[in-house]
Design a protein around this ligand. Structure first.
Ligand code: ATP
Ligand code: MG
Length: 208
């Protein structure tokens, strides 16, 4: 059985935190491939200023081009309306039948999974690899889960990755403030952000 890693996210923009987590998970779990799946319209749209899905997709393409084990999927991009992980996994199981699925998340996302739609179904379709993320220690969470739900024990794993306190939120704020983002994300992504004028304070034009 081959192993497919899945890295879902808004990727607004993609940064080294995502890439390091994916690469460490790939190596530690002998994943044959890691599929990056940028979200289309997020189900919990807490930000109204989210960058167009096509642009986020292109940034991911640029970020992963030099890793032969990384691939991108337009699965959620093309979906109209909100995307739920459970639906994405159903499609992936059909598309990659010879593969065992490993859903990679940061420790912040890992702590949320029991609130996800149809989590029982999700846990049957995929295993989880939670990657440590500064500020979000998930070990207590996992110990509690293992106590309350021993059947999930081999389904949810936790890995320590060299902690990168990088977030897309911080990168967007930096661009807005005119602070540097070099070395926080791959250079082709930084150039893309610059060329498209992403994350700069929007000058709202009320003159018509
Ligand atoms: P935002 O600040 O906009 O929420 P983000 O940096 O959290 O962006 P997302 O696109 O929300 O990035 O995250 C996609 C996935 O990557 C999530 O599972 C998240 O936990 C994980 N992730 C993001 N940053 C890191 C990091 N620095 N280390 C480990 N995992 C990360
Ligand atoms: Mg996030």
């Amino acid at each position: 059985m081959k192993r497919l890693g899945i890295m879902g996210g808004t990727f607004d923009p993609i940064h080294y935190g995502h890439l390091v987590a994916a690469e460490m998970a790939r190596a530690e779990f002998s994943l044959n491939k890691v599929l990056f799946i940028p979200s289309g319209t997020p189900p919990h749209k807490e930000r109204s200023d989210i960058t167009a899905a096509e642009l986020r997709f292109e940034m991911v393409e640029r970020a992963i081009q030099d890793n032969p084990a990384f691939e991108i999927s337009a699965l959620e991009l093309r979906r109209i309306g909100p995307s739920y992980t459970v639906d994405t996994l159903r499609v992936l199981r059909r598309t990659w039948p010879e593969h065992e699925l490993y859903f990679i998340t940061g420790s912040d996302a890992l702590r949320q999974i029991f609130s996800w739609r149809e989590v029982e179904e999700i846990l049957m379709m995929t295993k989880f690899i939670g990657a440590a993320r500064p500020g979000f220690d998930a070990r207590d969470f996992l110990l509690q889960v293992q106590k309350e739900r021993p059947e999930t024990q081999e389904r949810i794993h936790y890995i320590e990755v060299p902690a990168l306190a990088i977030s897309s939120t911080d990168i967007r704020a930096r661009v807005k403030r005119g602070q540097p983002i070099r070395y926080l994300l791959p250079e082709p992504v930084r150039l893309y952000i610059q060329q498209h004028g992403l994350y700069t304070a929007q000058v709202m034009s009320d003159k018509s």
